[in-house]
Ligand binder design. Structure first.
Ligand code: PCA
Length: 181
């Protein structure tokens, strides 16, 4: 079976949203774990403060706007095979311009969070950030207020893809969301 057998093709992925345990898209991660394409490595938080907001349909977006965030973001780290990454990239609409998978520094959550920017303990991973084409707009639309964690209360607003209106693309929904009040 390709992928996941020798550990040499693994990428560390920091999940902060619906891919986490107990959230709407975790079933994909579970399927990848079952096929040996992903391994859960534990709770981490970002090394620096970053904005985390919810867009249309309660979809969470980490914004690649260091300096704008008020919170260290909590999430989970997985080691993912190349095959697993293809599935995650597909879910996150990489080719459609929904998210961009880019480097992120994270710290094991056991570290108490008081050492903002401590490079010595940081782990280099990748995360699905909001695509740069709308990140600034989304931050403005959110009034410059974000979360420290995508938790169950925020997740109640989440609408799965199958349940969304089919007459608009997700990027159109994002544009509408960003220009609404
Ligand atoms: N899924 C990815 C990015 C946002 C989302 O809902 C994640 O959980 O990290």
């Amino acid at each position: 079976m390709p992928g996941g057998t020798d550990g040499s093709d693994r990428t560390l992925i920091f999940t902060y949203g619906t891919l986490k345990r107990g959230f709407a898209n975790h079933s994909l991660m579970q399927a990848l774990i079952a096929s040996n394409d992903a391994v859960f490595l534990g709770q981490h938080r970002t090394d620096v403060k970053l904005p985390l907001v919810c867009g249309p349909h309660g979809v969470p977006f980490l914004l690649n706007l260091p300096g704008s965030g008020q919170h260290l973001i909590r999430g989970e780290i997985y080691s993912v095979s190349t095959r697993g990454l293809r599935h995650l990239d597909e879910l996150e609409g990489i080719t459609l311009g929904h998210y961009e998978r880019l480097p992120i520094s994270v710290i094991p959550a056991e570290d108490d969070g008081t050492r903002d920017g401590d490079a010595t303990a940081a782990v280099e991973a990748e995360a699905y950030y909001a695509h740069r084409s709308f990140a600034e707009e989304m931050w403005k639309r959110s009034g410059g207020v974000g979360f420290g964690e995508f938790a169950q209360d925020a997740a109640k607003e989440y609408v799965k893809r199958e349940a969304r209106p089919k007459d608009r693309s997700f990027l159109d929904e994002i544009r509408l969301f960003c220009s609404s009040n």
